[in-house]
Design a protein. Structure first.
Length: 424
């Protein structure tokens, strides 16, 4: 009668492990043992480059010869990966006689007595998943199942929240420009594990519907003229929930470190002694122009790009206007709708060509995206007449001529839509 394998997670920290074999399969077994903190000895006359490097670095001890009886003595775990079925079988038999667990890389001869097998392993943060078939004889199936579980975890299809309390921590997640599909897999995993989500107005709102019913959502979004929470209050919310032992996700639009005050929130958490990690996001400074057909750099038009904010802490715009006006690159302005007249005046006063193409992309990367295309000397008035509102990204420079205007203007001084093929 065949019995199923018993799944078991071993602690190998500081314990001796013997790997017999020197090829790529043996190397994979070595990395598994080293990841677990084991003291690894490799027995093989020759080894692959990775194993040779590990031995040279002192990560493993290499005994340069063929397997001999007695090599597994004193080990907690042995891996038989010589590539020769008879030798692997002899290693397994010796290990069993010495009561040492042995994993054979080759398929077992007798399915009724398969010996020990290595599962297909998946690690996501604090979660480790091992998958094996009943007799261990179908590793490809185990890998396929492991990959399916990984996809489900990455796409937030599995419940990943802790059921037991532990130390609180904060994860700053860049949510991208607004489309849920542009949120990174790492960001989705963090949300799936979260107890509390502190969310911005410009974060991908659709992902909130995927959260469990017991996840606390704290709205701190800032809108022009309507500040729901000050930065100090946001910092306090993060610290208080983390100090209460909760996993807190701070979900922000774009990338949290590009005019997103992520550095301030990270500093506040660290000052309070709270563990904080950062998951980068797709920045609207680059994704939104792309959604409008604009390459912010171009081999013949723009070999550099400058990103600036149109809304400083005190409402002033601080920029080196002479340098920006005479540069040959692209200017990308975030949060600049209200300051558009001031910015265009400054650039014109400091010598930028009045005919420079400008594109204003509202609600980029969403179904409501609208693009307004004009020239530096006319764009402020055109934006006012068309009722342009935040959130919007402004692109100034020759590459803005690639934009696809969603309402094609025909008056003088405004740029018609270009065929997408012209961007090639």
């Amino acid at each position: 009668m065949s019995h199923p394998l018993v799944p078991l997670h071993l602690s190998l920290t500081g314990r001796p492990v013997v790997v017999i074999g020197g090829g790529p399969v043996a190397w994979r077994k070595v990395t598994t043992a080293l990841d677990g903190g084991a003291v690894v000895t490799v027995v093989a006359p020759y080894v692959c480059d990775d194993l040779a490097d590990a031995a040279a670095a002192g990560c493993v001890r290499w005994v340069q010869r063929d397997y001999l009886a007695g090599d597994v003595a004193g080990a907690w775990l042995a891996f038989a990966a010589t590539g020769d079925a008879d030798t692997d079988r002899a290693i397994e038999q010796e290990s069993q006689a010495r009561r040492v667990f042995c994993v054979r890389a080759s398929i077992p001869d007798d399915p009724a007595h398969p010996g020990s097998r290595s599962p297909a392993v998946l690690r996501r943060g604090a979660v480790t998943v091992g998958v094996s078939t009943t007799d261990g004889a179908d590793p490809r199936r185990a890998v396929a199942i492991k990959d399916a579980i990984g996809w489900a975890m990455d796409s937030s299809q599995l419940p990943l929240r802790r059921s037991r309390s532990g130390p609180g921590r904060v994860t700053l997640v860049g949510g991208g420009p607004g489309d849920v599909d542009l949120l990174t897999l790492a960001g989705r995993r963090a949300l799936a594990e979260a107890d509390v989500v502190v969310v911005d107005r410009l974060a991908p709102r659709g992902v909130l519907a995927e959260l469990g019913p017991t996840v606390l959502v704290v709205e701190v979004g800032k809108a022009p003229g309507h500040h729901m929470a000050s930065q100090g209050e946001i910092n306090q919310v993060l610290v208080e929930h983390a100090n209460a032992g909760r996993l807190v996700v701070r979900l922000k639009g774009g990338d949290p470190f590009i005019f997103g005050r992520g550095a301030e929130e990270m500093a506040a958490c660290r000052d309070a002694g709270i563990e904080v990690t950062v998951i980068p996001g797709v920045s609207s400074a680059f994704a939104v122009p792309l959604a409008a057909g604009i390459p912010v750099t171009h081999r013949r038009m723009a070999r550099q790009v400058t990103v600036l904010t149109g809304h400083d802490e005190d409402g002033m715009i601080r920029a080196n206007w002479p340098a920006l006006a005479t540069g040959d690159g692209t200017l990308v302005v975030l949060m600049g709708v209200a300051a558009l007249p001031t910015m265009t005046d400054e650039l014109l006063c400091h010598g930028m060509d009045p005919g420079t193409p400008v594109a204003v992309i509202e609600r980029g990367c969403s179904a409501a995206q609208r693009v307004t295309v004009g020239r530096l000397c006319t764009i402020a008035d055109l934006a006012r007449r068309r009722g342009v509102v935040s959130p919007a990204v402004i692109v100034i420079g020759a590459v803005a001529s690639f934009a696809r205007d969603t309402e094609i203007p025909t008056r003088d001084g405004e740029i018609p839509t270009h065929d997408r093929r012209s961007a090639i």
